[in-house]
Ligand binder design. Structure first.
Ligand SMILES: Nc1ncnc2c1ncn2[C@@H]1O[C@H](COP(=O)(O)OP(=O)(O)OP(=O)(O)O)[C@@H](O)[C@H]1O
Ligand SMILES: Nc1nc2c(ncn2[C@@H]2O[C@H](COP(=O)(O)O)[C@@H](O)[C@H]2O)c(=O)[nH]1
Length: 402
């Protein structure tokens, strides 16, 4: 590392404008990014209140309340804030649980810039920091009745600990055997539209007359459990995911013929005649787009179900003997209870300030932020965590925290 710490929190007074030292409920901190000052905090000690973000635009001499995307962190005992790359503020939370102690407020990332353009307002976006990486999600798309759900069920039955299903939201009515929260989150249009406006959806589309969408939480919950996420979405949804920051594998399932697709839809018996007709009309355009748009990495024809399933497994690297375990869920980050925060290059030093000896897991730690991935509005993954015995370790070498 070689370089002296850029900033050490003990050298700074709480509430300084560099953003370090955001304290407890009722306090605020400010971080300067270009000609804007981002003030993060809470106005009072009311436990019902939450972290708010206000922006002071120095060039216009005006306060702005931005649109805040993503889920906000809860209120805890105290916070430290560190500006990273000039485009996001890392918030380190004191007194939180190990899985909830690192958050990012994106203030000028590509995602935030795009959202500003779309909404025409100031935008900031929260995402939660997570250790380690998740496996690439698998997006499965294709016309209604082609067999996507059947193939996904086969995969989940054979590899229950490896895959998790992204439970979509929809405004369509549940079918007889469908359970809320398992097959879909069945919801009202007005509620879903508000959630879409609040940035809670990775993608959404109007499909066969109803609104369908994948919430960011649905995908992240699967990744948090250490499983590989499977999305069953239409072609418009696949296109939106392709354009998003989610790095996924895209598979299109095509029918052997329109006649066969019609027969499958009718035999399933879940739609009225009018709905079958609508789905078949939409299928033609979906097949055309699926095969020609360049969205999909793989196209599989579901003629013979067993053969198609074998091909799906092959492209997912599962054609050998069945692996039994998924990747273990990444552990949380055990912060020392009393700590100070400083930044050295791509490393954040969280220095234990407890006078008495502490056990290994409560030692000072380093967060390596050189491999951050993903981001708002969901999870920022790729945080690496190392334990250190003393501050000089930080300069001389680091030990990986198990
Ligand atoms: N290869 C196949 N040969 C014959 N029938 C099949 C085949 N694959 C699936 N099916 C049947 O076709 C019907 C439709 O399948 P499924 O419900 O999985 O379609 P889907 O693509 O998920 O449809 P939707 O998009 O409407 O949810 C089911 O009754 C299923 O059993
Ligand atoms: N864009 C999205 N499409 C979705 C989502 N969830 C499901 N779907 C697609 O809708 C049709 C119809 O489904 P059905 O359950 O009513 O038969 C099908 O093609 C699904 O793939 C979603 O979240 N986003």
């Amino acid at each position: 590392m070689g370089e002296a710490p850029a900033l050490c929190v003990e050298d700074l007074k709480e509430g300084f404008s560099n953003g370090f030292g955001l304290r407890t409920k009722g306090f605020k901190t400010s971080t300067d990014v270009g000609d804007k000052t981002f003030v993060i905090g809470c106005n009072n000690n009311d436990s019902a209140s939450s972290l708010e973000v206000h922006i002071y635009d120095k060039s216009r001499g005006k306060w702005v309340i931005p649109t805040v995307l993503g889920t906000k962190p809860k209120l805890y005992e105290g916070y430290s804030a560190v500006l990273l790359n000039g485009d996001r503020i890392m918030i380190i939370i004191r007194g939180s649980t190990p899985d909830d102690c690192i958050w990012f407020l994106e203030v000028d990332t590509e995602y935030v810039k795009q959202q500003k353009e779309v909404s025409g307002t100031e935008v900031v976006a929260w995402s939660k920091g997570v250790r380690g990486d998740a496996e690439k999600p698998v997006v499965i798309s294709g016309p209604s009745g082609v067999g996507k759900g059947t193939l996904i069920n086969m995969l989940m039955e054979e590899f229950p600990s490896m895959f998790g299903f992204s439970v979509s939201h929809t405004t369509r009515a549940p079918r007889d055997m469908e359970k809320n929260g398992v097959h879909y989150h069945f919801t009202e249009r007005s509620i879903m539209e508000k959630d879409i406006k609040d940035g809670k959806f990775l993608e959404f589309a109007s499909v066969h007359g109803n609104l369908y969408g994948t919430s960011i939480e649905a995908v992240e919950a699967v990744a948090d459990s250490g499983k590989r996420c499977i999305l069953d979405i239409d072609v418009q949804g696949a296109k939106s995911v392709r354009a998003s920051s989610l790095d996924a594998v895209f598979v299109f399932i095509s029918p052997p013929s329109m006649g066969e697709l019609e027969e499958r839809l009718r035999l399933r018996g879940t739609e009225t005649e009018e709905q079958v007709q609508k789905r078949l009309r939409n299928a033609e355009a979906e097949i055309e787009q699926g095969k020609s748009s360049g969205i999909f990495d793989h196209i599989l024809c579901n003629d013979n179900l067993e053969k198609c399933y074998e091909n799906l497994k092959k492209l997912l690297g599962l054609d050998g003997s069945a692996p039994t375990n998924s990747k273990p869920s990444p552990k949380g980050i055990d912060l020392p209870p009393n700590h100070s925060v400083s930044k050295i290059d791509n490393k954040i030093l969280i220095k234990c300030e407890t006078p008495e000896p502490v056990n290994a897991s409560k030692k000072s730690i380093i967060l390596d932020i050189s491999s951050l991935k993903g981001g708002a509005p969901g999870r920022t993954r790729g945080l690496n965590v190392y334990a250190i015995d003393s501050f000089s370790d930080c300069l001389n070498g680091i030990h990986k925290l198990s």
